[in-house]
Design a protein around this ligand. Sequence first.
Ligand code: LIP
Length: 259
Amino acid sequence: MESMKKQLENILHRAGEMVREGHYATVSAKEGHANYVTNCDVAVQEYLMDALHALLPSARFIAEESDGITLTEEDTFCVDPIDGTLNFIHGRRASAISVALLSRREPVLGAVYNPFEDALFFARKGEGAFVNGKPVRVSHFPFESAVVAFGTSPYNPELSSKTLRILSRFMQEAADLRRVGSAALDLCDVACGRSDVYFELELSPWDHAAGGLIVREAGGVFVNPFGQMRYDVKCPVFAAAPQCAERALTLLLAGAEQG
Ligand code: LIP
């Protein structure tokens, strides 16, 4: 397993070079407002799928730039080649490559690589979370000092007003808000204590499967605030340091019910 980890790290570092070089000639619109994919997203995904198939030939794939989500009990890679595509298009240097390995429909391995910070977050279920080989843990800040990160996709406009209602409640009690534009980076920020809470009312499995395991293995809470966490459909997600979780979840649910 150690050699698999090393080979996976090498694959992510190579994908990261492709993102850092950032050569894209085409930006294409996907469904909904401001939902984009570049030819770099596609090239990185093609590289990742080839390299991960060579690493684990029996594994299946769920990937952002492929069609459909078919999740079975079998080993399945869940891949986002560039999480934070709008940041990438604007040169905002806040995007990540996210790869999770699901087994029996649950993440057992998660890796998120930020090529702009050369930071590779990694977790295996039950074995802790690390960044570039060093252990990471969630913060100890109390909720009144908490930095609350959030996401809301422009292509889910029906969720934006609900998100803003929730945020207005957080602003009354936490310290401040942050919006990164990459769920994978937001989740790694919670895992290493740079943020204390993160939520988003709808995410695809490839956005959160790796980062959610990294949060849990760093001692954090990672749940679907409205029900069961799933990796075969879009899902709301909530992540927090334990001491912030109860109050943050209460505010999130109250804001969501406000109608
Ligand atoms: C992004 C998510 C982010 C969300 C953005 C976007 P993409 O994923 O990671 O949390 O708020 O709107 O959906 O589309 O850049 O891979």
